[in-house]
Design a protein around this ligand. Sequence first.
Ligand SMILES: [Zn+2]
Length: 305
Amino acid sequence: MRTILTFFIGIGLTASLIAGCGDDGGGGGVSVVATTPQVADLVRNVAGDRAEVTQILPANADPHEYEPTPSDAEALAGADLIVRSGGEVDDWLDQLVESSGTDAPVLVLIDHVKTVTTDGDTDPHWWQDPRNAVLAVAAIRDEVDDVDPGGAGAYDANARRYIGEIERLDRAIASCIDRVPPAQRKLVTSHDALGYYAARYGIDVIGAAIPALTTQAQASAGETSDLIALIRSEEVNAIFPEAGVSPALEQAIADEAGATVGGQLWADTLGPEDTAAATYLGSLRANTRTLVEGFSAGKTACDLP
Ligand SMILES: [Zn+2]
């Protein structure tokens, strides 16, 4: 009798555990596809373990020149929600959505943040201002609440905690960059990817090796020689190559202008797993340390949370 009772209690427990797992949506209850590593990281922080997040772009790759694969279309076909960065960075998604036949909602984050327009073009690199990441996280939270209402409590708590972390880091970055004299805060990068970061923290963008919002453009010989002249006259200390983009042009420009090549910046991508820049917040920390060191020729360092 006791054995039978134990057996039934056992079945009851197992059944409720299984039901519990299903209710939580943990381990793949909701399937979200995100385009870029930084968007995928924002989604993971909100979704926690209730959703399975598939990231289309690998780490350390240039989103502007990404060519989607058949497996990307398969991932979209099985998605409950698609989250894209928006603008020229991942405009290849439209074609992919069409070919996959998915009817999942597509959340376009650039529509929920404060954008800047340069020469008539919307700058797609909005995540470089952490205050925009806060707006994006709120949009992701609202959307996953709709797609998976059972998880709303967890998503809201995750979003609140993560927004707190973003805001703490944003304040620390601002106070660290404030310690660099304004005349030394002069930025030259691979392409025009850090405009939002520069505007947020009071940095003067002198120019870019590729003077465009996309890495797909090319500098003319005249533009490159103008930039070299500007680097000399502005006494720019260092120019910064970007991860995922060849540094050859930066090296040539730095050599010609008598500047040094600073550390690599995480502009449009994140680092591989288990590296300091594998997360969005990690990339902001790494960039800030690299920039402050390059601006100040190693005289200022940052203590960041
Ligand atoms: Zn870019």
